[in-house]
Design a binder for this molecule. Structure first.
Ligand SMILES: [Cu+2]
Length: 340
């Protein structure tokens, strides 16, 4: 479809903001297309659109405290120490939407764990919450029945694992009902640098996930298991808050190598990862340099998977990164690269 086929003059801005063009599937009702407007409450007097009308959270305004997406360089020591605490914490999953989450380290996602191939992680898991939780590192090779067991409140567990494989990995709680524990916020990313390392780049970590919400107390939101089982999310997020990098674009420069470490925490939906206006020079499946693909426009990141996306942008401008599954894009899995 072209703009001309609509018989309507449509400016670039109109397209991005989803006004004036009615023939595009993601422009529906009063919804500001892509969620690129100031809020999802619409701009034309139509009622707001949502996944489950009347029963889900509605973001309002802009996210002002974005999760830091820049990858912090790995430290020099070959044996790294990490303690993660399972907690209960109310977090912002969109502008004005407070959610009663279960976390690793009080944030959703939990902290990014950055290692180098061959490093050992000397790990301690502490459960300071009110119910049993566990940890599962997709980057580790270790027995499930020994180290991924559920730890009761007040207890801890320590074990070590070695980063034998480079890549982008998920860690998560694996305590039943696993769907609920992941959906409630218990996940994070592990990035293992290859040996030898990839060429230098501007590096960001992006964790996609779903939120399924039912109204809780004091205006906050709780997990909705029925929506989880039906895979009907209310919000989709990159790094735990819907639309946060639309509101706070990630900077980059013309001609520089940009590297996105994309991990899909799910718990259920696939990511069709794409940057609008760009083509990936190279995608590393699972983030492993032995799995390169070249000249990719959109690539699937399954729930529980991570991939490395390299791109270079020849012209200044704004480039949205999205899941190209547009029912979900509209729920918040969209951000901007601001290339100057
Ligand atoms: Cu858990």
């Amino acid at each position: 479809m072209t703009e001309g086929s609509q018989g309507v003059e449509v400016t670039r801005k109109d397209f991005l903001f989803g006004v004036g063009l009615t023939g595009v599937s993601f422009v529906t009702g009063g919804l500001v297309g892509f969620g690129f407007g100031d809020s999802r409450s619409g701009d034309g007097g139509s009622p707001p659109q949502q996944a489950t009308p009347g029963s889900g959270p509605q973001p309002s305004g802009k996210v002002t405290n974005p999760y830091p997406a820049s990858l912090v360089p790995a430290t020099a020591e070959t044996t790294k120490q990490l303690t993660l605490e399972a907690t209960e914490k109310t977090v912002d999953i969109a502008a004005g939407v407070r959610y009663n989450a279960w976390t690793f380290g009080d944030s959703v996602p939990g902290p990014v764990v950055h290692m180098r191939q061959g490093d050992t992680l000397d790990f301690t898991f502490k459960n300071t919450s009110s119910q049993g939780h566990s940890i599962d590192f997709h980057s580790a090779q270790t027995p499930w029945n020994v180290n991924y067991v559920t730890i009761v409140p007040g207890k801890s567990l320590s074990f070590r694992w070695k980063a034998n494989f480079p890549g982008v990995f998920m860690y998560h709680c694996g305590t039943p009902f696993v769907l609920h524990h992941i959906a409630n916020g218990m996940y994070g990313a592990v990035v293992v640098d290859s040996d030898p390392p990839l060429e230098p780049a501007r590096e960001y970590v992006i964790v996609q996930s779903e939120f399924y919400a039912t109204a809780g107390e004091n205006g906050s939101w709780d997990a909705d298991e029925e929506k989880m089982k039906a895979a009907r999310p209310d919000l989709m997020a990159f790094n735990g808050a819907a639309f946060q990098y639309r509101d706070n674009p990630l900077p980059a420069a013309v001609g520089e190598k940009i590297r996105l470490y994309v991990m899909n925490a799910g718990p259920t939906l696939f990511s069709a990862f794409h940057v609008i206006g760009a083509i990936f020079d190279r995608v590393l499946v699972d983030g492993n340099p032995r799995n390169p693909l070249y000249g990719i426009s959109t690539y699937t990141v399954a729930p529980g998977q991570g991939c490395t996306f390299d791109l270079t942008v020849p012209d200044a401008g704004q480039y949205p990164f999205v899941t190209h599954s547009f029912a979900y894009t509209e729920l918040g899995a969209v951000g901007l690269l601001d290339v100057k």
